[in-house]
Design a protein around this ligand. Sequence first.
Ligand code: ATP
Ligand code: MG
Length: 609
Amino acid sequence: MSHPEKTHNKAASSLAAADVLKPSNFLRQIIESDLANGTYASRRWGGSPGDAAHHAAGQPDPAKIRTRFPPEPNGYLHIGHAKSICLNFGLARDYGGVCHLRFDDTNPEKEDTEYVNSIIDAVKWLGFEWNGAADAAPYQASDYFDFMYRAAECLIEAGHAYVDEQTPEQMRVNRGDFGKPGIDSPYRSRTPADNLARFRQMRDGLFEDGAMVLRAKIDMGSPNINMRDPAIYRIRRATHHNTGDKWCIYPMYTFAHPIEDALEQITHSICTLEFEDQRPFYDWLMARLIESGLLADPPPHQYEFARLNLTYVITSKRKLAQLVYDHKVNGWDDPRMPTIVGLRRRGYTPAALQLFAERIGVTKSDSWIDYQTLEGCLREDLELKAHRGMAVLNPVKLVLTNWDEVMGAGHLEPCTQPALPHPPEGTEPPPARHFSIGKEVWIDREDFEEVPPKGYKRLFPGNKVRLKGGYVIECTGCNKDANGLITEVLATVVPDTKSGTPGSETVKVKAAITWVGVAGGVNAEVRLYDRLFLDAQPDAGGKDFLESLNPNSLKVITAIVEPSLANALPGQNFQFERHGYFVADRVDHVQGSKPVFNLAVGLRDSWGK
Ligand code: ATP
Ligand code: MG
């Protein structure tokens, strides 16, 4: 712990803020009661993860609570993980604690440093720092393999674990099921000395992969199947990305995870509901290793919350990987993917995801969150922050037939508009946008009707509208090609009506339309994204999620954008006025020369209707 003071200061100021701002939930109540009762007040911290002796030699723990986010580095993080990140890091922040980023890399086969790096980036991008310092290295469960091995030997010596040589099939049958108690293994009554020798031979590579396992010795008759002598170590010859070929035996997740928590002095170990039945084993293991003196007391405690289920979205790393490998999407960061890299490329902001996590809260029972809730959070964030700009997505040319006569031949009139109509209070408004109007401008086809439907207020012959930020114009008609397709809309400009000039408001109009000058307008690739699935629960009840893929989830068009948009920085968010929120693609957009924008979210929800 390199900055204990910092932790304390944060605690004082953010506790008060938490009380006022954050809606309570069962986890906050548990933590508040633990703090009030001093449940963890006696804990010590040895400055790094370690056993009981290591922490006893340290100082009183400056972190009031310790939480952790323990991803397995076997894929890219998704929106469900974002919920868990915001929850764990948010609780530590609000209660004067520290949240650990720990790679749960005890499974040698599936892990990769590509994923490790992407996870580090994702947590940072969401706005969090871990392990008590801005530059701290994340923890890795594989660094604890030596301790885990020691813990296993300790269980064996105390008669709490044995080497089982039944075949996997025998083990499965003898485990029983919900209605039927299990049957003791014939190897269960071996002496600790026998078991210890056997286990060391396992470690030393004397047996084939899968030939035997180490099991905890608990109760084959337990109503909780997880307590029927769960396997805690297996033989597996595989090169581990951190420990190489040092080990040919690896701990099982159920054994490794509580130990990781304990070595790191975690107080509140928060996981998803499917681990509820594992909690008795978690507590059993902690009690055994504390009574043997290996682990510090009090132990961490596991709490379960409902995982995020989001409509129209899949949150299984395995299934997301399938979308990538089957080329249903263009990689992990495809803007249609619910991965954090995908959401980011789509235009999602850390603030929007934090707001989402806050708004959906945590509960103890499973439910589905509406996709619109997520989109609403993005709109709410961008409404205040995204610079405005005009873009014509479905262009048709508008010719101002009297322009040369009243404005001068070839004249281009400069116009300005604010980048933000309502800059947040106390902030400097960003520089205004500059563009120009001339004889020809691009407008959206939908903004002209030769024969207007009832109530239509935009361009039709005889009607006046304002070109937003420019002049009032009066529509006079249109030109068409041989097929009847409109090639040009015709209008006249009304002099002395330029936005922001004296008297410009004297000519009243019922609508303002967006436009881009033909001179100065820049072609841009615009990627119109929609939901990836048509089914609100694409993989529920064992359904094949590939069957409900939305064939129209991506439409690529060429739009025309105003100069300020063409000059966007990659990753910059905008509101294309009247159209929605777009982001300059962080991969393909080239500032000034090759604008590429992704649709992040429409201005209002169009799916609910
Ligand atoms: P997946 O099933 O997609 O592989 P996982 O749970 O195996 O996800 P981990 O890397 O083990 O992925 O997850 C790290 C943390 O994120 C865990 O604590 C887990 O509980 C949490 N988490 C994963 N998915 C969700 C979700 N949909 N909602 C909330 N938390 C989640
Ligand atoms: Mg997992």
